[in-house]
Design a protein around this ligand. Structure first.
Ligand SMILES: Cc1cc2nc3c(=O)[nH]c(=O)nc-3n(C[C@H](O)[C@H](O)[C@H](O)COP(=O)(O)OP(=O)(O)OC[C@H]3O[C@@H](n4cnc5c(N)ncnc54)[C@H](O)[C@@H]3O)c2cc1C
Length: 379
């Protein structure tokens, strides 16, 4: 890979890795064990301008391209997956503003995001997951504004984030073409949050329901045209599924390194377990799969930056492939550590639990395969 990407990306990787090893990884176990927000990671990322590095420089951000953001997320996830959701969710929540926001919206919201406010994304509902277009949350015109009512389920960093991109039905008779995107602020009267979900993994990242009880917002909060929200939501995922692939890649890399180190230290039958070919083959497969996932993810990131015609295929492909690799690699890492892999003294069981989510959110891997199948003619 080093030969294929420009040296500045490898320099970026080194600087993120140093930051993560010093200020994020040491807290990963505690964050998971106590299901607490990774405040240390948030502060470290924010002070290094990496919490929302994708924000264009004209709005106070770093203007990092999609590959640079992928590398930041990969390296954070290598140490602590929960912490890697800080930059990933900030990108997910704000890409709709970047793609469809007007200048005032960009100036107001992207600038505050760069300054440290969080931005979440509200698409899923309790009865509308894979079939997101069947959402029930409504926005009804009210004079010069809108009234939002309904609720969104599984919202990452809910309660922590100050801003929310919310998809709501503005004309249910039109189905997906009757959905519009809005920006909602945490402080808007009528916005509230449910209890934290008790999750298998990513336990440091708050996931809550968000309730909209007749939330009145002005026309200045509408993102893009009325009825264009679902297309915008899908276009957003084209860019952000790459960040989930990067996250999966980082989790897999962390698990591989832990398993490889352990295999060299652990002795059974009078020699290091690495000396058994059965273990070597597992590690070789893990490294091979990670290398392939990395190539696909970085290629998709380059396509995201250029908005290539085949981006939809590649973003679904890298998310699906890298998350399946993360699940396989972390499971094998647990296997290589034997009984020690099954307890929380070593990080691989956490990584295995974290990997599972990457196969589920931003569209399950079944949905990614549907997306890829629909876009085969783009190739
Ligand atoms: C921790 C966490 C964080 C999340 N964060 C966010 C967030 O920030 N914002 C947000 O909007 N959403 C978020 N989500 C929601 C996530 O994107 C959904 O959970 C996901 O899209 C799946 O929806 P569902 O859970 O309703 O499953 P369902 O859609 O009910 O799917 C159940 C099963 O059926 C399968 N299935 C469904 N339809 C088909 C089909 N047509 N063909 C084949 N198989 C199918 C699925 O693959 C899955 O295996 C998050 C979820 C979790 C768990």
């Amino acid at each position: 890979m080093e030969a294929l990407i420009a040296p500045e990306y490898e320099e970026l990787r080194e600087s993120v890795r140093a930051l993560v090893e010093k200020k994020i990884s040491p807290f990963a176990h505690d964050v998971d064990e106590n299901a607490r927000f990774p405040q240390e990671a948030y502060e470290a990322l924010q002070s290094a301008d990496m919490a929302a590095a994708h924000v264009p420089s004209e709005f106070g951000g770093q203007g990092a391209d999609a590959l640079a953001v992928a590398i930041i997320i990969e390296e954070v996830a290598r140490g602590c997956a929960s912490s890697s959701l800080i930059p990933a969710v900030n990108k997910l929540g704000s890409i709709p503003v970047i793609l469809a926001g007007n200048l005032d919206q960009k100036e107001k919201y992207l600038r505050q995001l760069a300054e440290g406010k969080g931005f979440s994304y509200c698409l899923s509902e309790s009865e509308a997951g894979s079939d997101a277009a069947s959402m029930k949350t409504k926005a009804v015109r009210d004079g010069d504004g809108w009234i939002l009512s309904g609720s969104k389920k599984w919202i990452s960093n809910a309660g922590f984030s100050d801003f929310y991109t919310v998809l709501a039905s503005t004309d249910s008779s039109l189905g997906a073409k009757g959905i519009t995107a809005f920006i909602v602020e945490k402080s808007d009267p009528g916005v509230s949050f449910g209890a934290h979900e008790k999750k298998m993994g990513f336990r440091g990242s708050p996931t809550c329901e968000v309730y909209f009880d007749n939330v009145r917002i002005g026309e200045d909060r509408r993102l893009g045209e009325v009825g264009s929200g679902f297309a915008l939501a899908m276009r957003t995922l084209d860019h952000t599924r790459i960040t989930i692939a990067a996250q999966a890649l980082g989790i897999a890399q962390g698990a591989f390194e832990a398993a490889n180190a352990y295999a060299h230290e652990r002795k059974q039958f009078g020699k290091a377990i690495f000396d058994f070919q059965g273990v070597q083959f597992m590690l070789a497969d893990m490294a091979m799969q990670i290398a392939a996932a990395r190539q696909l993810t970085y290629l998709a990131a380059v396509k995201s930056e250029r908005s290539d015609d085949d981006l939809t295929f590649y973003s679904a492909a890298c998310k699906c492939f890298a998350s399946d690799v993360a699940m396989k690699v972390t499971t094998d890492a647990v296997q290589i550590l034997g009984g020690y892999g099954y307890v929380s003294d070593f990080p691989v069981e956490r990584m295995m639990r974290d990997a599972k989510l990457t196969q589920i959110y931003e569209g399950t891997n079944q949905i990614q395969r549907i997306v890829m199948a629909r876009h085969l003619s783009d190739l």
